[in-house]
Design a protein around this ligand. Structure first.
Ligand code: DNO
Ligand code: MN
Length: 349
């Protein structure tokens, strides 16, 4: 297992120098942030990013994410040119030494939360999702959610949602299939592993279809193009937000089949209704048995990348919600501790 940390580039208040000081840290997960969605990531920009990261003795082998343009998810005629650009980006990434590309296929909204600063009893801040609050929102009347992408003007968002109105789950599956059948062969050719991130949370929101929510969805994604280049980012906190998903069991299945390339480790406190908030990484702090999940990775002989997913905001830190230095660093060290314990127990008979 290779421990990595997400870094948002020069604008990130967390520095590469700080990340390097986290015990057991081996690499950075990042992206080119100043190219519009749908455009090719120029080789020179990827090389510059890689060199900056490697100057801190950290590896740069995982991208999160190369975003998929809405026209591709919608299946519009413009998708062919956009997919062509996507594959050119993959070629440029491979030429720069990248190995894994995380992406998602969620219409309009990536991760969604109803609060970004829920106060926990210990005084830390965390992200929260409340089902009823989301259900009460009529997206046609405008969406007021904290952290929601302000890059859409209200009219733009309305128009986009109207385009999605006629697209159901099967329609979205067909568009994912179209995308994968063209992108995966190129990934295979250049040696990139594509790793789809599950829907966060794993439920339809605002009437939009969501298709990467559970075991059968994950199986279906993999079977569309059944080849190693078509794989998964297994996000414990996303899948775990549906109590019907047994995350350790999903890891056991898909890591044994060698189709997980990137492990996101996040703990959450969740109820049957699907309301949740994010907690510290320890098993005792949330609903997920993080030790059982790490055990499942170990049993499957997992050698891929892992990163602590969101952390709380602690010790007065401010910045991008979920992406401070301190709690994610504690998470990384905790996960490395679990891993070391599991490996040492293995050799003890
Ligand atoms: C949120 C992340 C997501 C994730 C993308 C992957 O913090 O889990 O933004 O990076 O969905 O494509
Ligand atoms: Mn994740």
């Amino acid at each position: 297992m290779k421990m990595t940390f997400r870094w948002f580039g020069d604008a990130d208040p967390v520095t590469l120098a700080s990340i390097r000081q986290i015990p057991g840290m081996t690499g950075i997960v990042s992206a080119v942030y100043d190219v519009a969605v749908g455009e090719v990531w120029p080789l020179a920009k990827i090389v510059e990013l890689r060199d900056k990261i490697q100057a801190h003795e950290l590896a740069f082998e995982v991208i999160e994410s190369v975003p998929v343009h809405e026209d591709i998810k919608l299946g519009k005629p413009t998708r062919d040119a956009l997919i062509e650009n996507y594959t050119q980006t993959l070629r440029n990434l491979a030429a720069t030494g990248l190995k894994v590309v995380c992406y998602n296929f969620m219409p309009v909204f990536d991760w969604t939360r109803t609060a970004l600063r829920k106060v926990l009893p210990d005084g830390s801040y965390t992200l929260e999702f409340d089902v009823e609050t989301v259900n009460r929102i009529d997206p046609g009347k405008g969406i007021q959610l904290p952290g929601w992408d302000t890059s859409y003007q209200p009219e733009q968002l309305k128009a986009l949602l109207e385009e999605y109105a006629s697209l159901d789950e099967e329609g979205l599956w067909a568009n994912l299939e179209y995308f994968l059948k063209r992108v995966i062969p190129v990934a295979e050719e250049v040696g990139i592993k594509m790793a789809i991130h599950p829907d966060d949370p794993p439920r339809p929101i605002f009437g939009l279809p969501r298709i990467v929510k559970n075991r059968s969805d994950l199986n279906r994604v993999l079977s569309i193009v059944n080849t190693p280049a078509n794989g998964l980012t297994l996000c414990s906190g996303s899948l775990g937000a549906d109590t019907g998903n047994d995350v350790a069991d999903l890891v056991r299945e898909f890591a044994t089949r060698d189709r997980i390339y990137f492990a996101h480790m996040r703990n959450i406190k969740v109820n049957e209704a699907g309301d949740f908030y994010e907690t510290a990484h320890r098993s005792a702090d949330g609903s997920l048995d993080m030790a059982a999940i790490m055990q499942a990775y170990s049993d499957a002989g997992y050698t891929g990348y892992v990163r602590p997913d969101h952390g709380r905001m602690i010790w007065g830190e401010t910045g991008k919600p979920g992406y401070g230095l301190y709690d994610r660093a504690l998470g990384a060290v905790y996960l490395n501790g679990l891993w070391e314990g599991i490996q040492k127990m293995k050799t003890r008979v």
